[in-house]
Design a protein around this ligand. Structure first.
Ligand SMILES: NC(=O)c1ccc[n+]([C@@H]2O[C@H](COP(=O)([O-])OP(=O)(O)OC[C@H]3O[C@@H](n4cnc5c(N)ncnc54)[C@H](O)[C@@H]3O)[C@@H](O)[C@H]2O)c1
Ligand SMILES: [Zn+2]
Ligand SMILES: [Zn+2]
Length: 391
């Protein structure tokens, strides 16, 4: 089969690799119809998070079941399925609590595993013709329709992007109806966090970034774009809140109730945008959040940055403004997405027409287009926000 393989820093290739096969009686093989590129793939592509040459990339698959192991009960060949990024056994102490991204059985070295992901277990990635799915009854979620139909782009985002956006809004930041919200980063995760916050009834959602196509997309989905090239985003948002007219007695609450970090450690330094400043977003979030508010951190902060950009720190001991956060009584939550918790709920919002996350998909290609799409996505050029490969 063909697969997208990490070769070296900023180089991927499309290689012939041995076919995925059934390895346990609880496995299925899925023929991939769509497989998305993700900001997390870029951390590996940029050599920042320790991918080894030969790694098959991809953790956002949608496809059709092709072969079924003898112990699989609920799936049969021909079923259309989406597969959550974090694979899990379904029965260990964490899975039985619904904490699938911390499964204790899927990876010997520690909690949680994922496809095509450095440090997250031996599982080959999904940017390929075929994918082996372990513990398939738990890991495959059936979706209606036919490959290539009008829902293809929506359903593939159920694997990671939409569930992560929802997790960031609902669980990490705890967005409630009527909240004011700011999302830092208008990549896929930021946009779908903003989209989820709006679905949950936020009264206003700001989206901060510096890339025109992404700011335009934020406006398109109903958020208020904030371009940090025009000045301090915290001041811009406070000004807009004041302009909107703060309710009587709430003049001191000119920030926002909930903030989402959808950028992570590769945040740009706003003073020197060509450089990185890994604590930039956390610093801005602490200034912007209202007293007793919450900050949800969906952006990745790895243990170690193996290849820091010029100006970035190489160590993980970032300084957080503890005094400000304590003084305001702000809750800060991190965490990988226990994706499987939300897959069915969000699928049903898509099927009922209440949610169309696929509006953020900008590019489509075949597997052979992967090297070029990675290159353009890495440079945030040609308006690439979310690219899908269709093997
Ligand atoms: N928690 C999870 O389970 C999970 C799942 C998927 C992705 N992620 C992580 O979420 C993050 C975002 O993913 P993505 O696919 O949207 O990535 P992306 O790289 O496409 O988007 C990040 C955006 O942040 C913007 N940005 C950079 N510095 C900024 C700053 N100082 N202020 C505001 N915006 C700034 C960039 O211009 C870019 O548009 C990544 O760290 C990714 O690894 C986490
Ligand atoms: Zn992803
Ligand atoms: Zn488990």
């Amino acid at each position: 089969m063909r697969a997208v393989v990490y070769e070296d820093v900023r180089t991927v290739g499309v290689h012939e690799v041995p076919d995925a096969t059934l390895e346990a009686e609880t496995d299925v093989l899925v023929r991939i119809t769509s497989s998305a590129l993700c900001g997390t793939d870029l951390h590996m592509y940029d050599g920042r998070t320790g991918a080894s040459p030969g790694l098959v990339l991809g953790h956002e698959p949608l496809g059709v079941v092709e072969q079924v192991g003898s112990a699989v009960q609920t799936l049969r060949p021909g079923m259309r399925v989406v597969i959550p990024t974090h694979l899990f056994c379904g029965t260990c102490a964490m899975c039985s609590r619904g904490l699938s991204a911390a499964c204790l059985r899927a990876r010997a070295e520690g909690p949680g595993a994922a496809y095509g992901y450095a440090g997250m277990g031996p599982y080959r990635g999904a940017q390929a013709d075929l994918l082996r799915v372990p513990w398939a009854d738990a890991n495959c979620v059936a979706v209606p329709g036919e490959p290539g139909d009008a829902y293809e782009d929506d359903f593939v985002l159920l694997a990671d992007a939409f569930v992560t956006g929802w997790h960031a809004a609902a669980t990490l930041a705890g967005v409630e109806p009527g909240d004011t919200v700011a999302v830092f980063g208008a990549g896929t995760i930021g946009l779908l966090s903003a989209y989820s916050a709006l679905l949950r009834g936020a009264r206003v959602v700001y989206c901060v970034d510096c890339v025109d196509a992404r700011l335009d997309k934020a406006g398109e989905i109903g958020a208020v774009p904030i371009d940090f090239r025009r000045g301090d985003p915290v001041e811009q948002i406070r000004r807009d809140r004041a302009r909107a007219g703060l309710p009587l007695g709430e003049e001191m609450l000119s920030g926002v109730d909930k903030v989402i970090d959808a950028v992570g450690f590769q945040a740009r330094d706003r003073e020197h945008p060509e450089q990185e400043r890994p604590d930039q977003v956390v610093a801005d979030a602490a200034r912007l959040v209202n007293p007793t508010g919450a900050i949800g951190v969906a952006g990745v902060y790895p243990d170690r940055d193996l290849h820091p950009r010029p100006g970035a720190t190489s160590h993980e001991d970032l300084v957080a403004p503890w005094g400000t956060l304590f003084g305001k009584g702000v809750a800060v939550r991190f965490g990988r997405t226990h994706d499987r918790r939300y897959t069915r709920l969000l699928r049903d919002l898509v099927v009922s027409g209440r949610a169309r996350p696929g509006v953020i998909v900008t590019h489509h290609g075949s597997l052979t287009d992967a090297p070029e799409l990675y290159r353009r996505f890495d440079r945030r050029e040609d308006g690439v926000i979310k690219a899908l490969l269709h093997p």
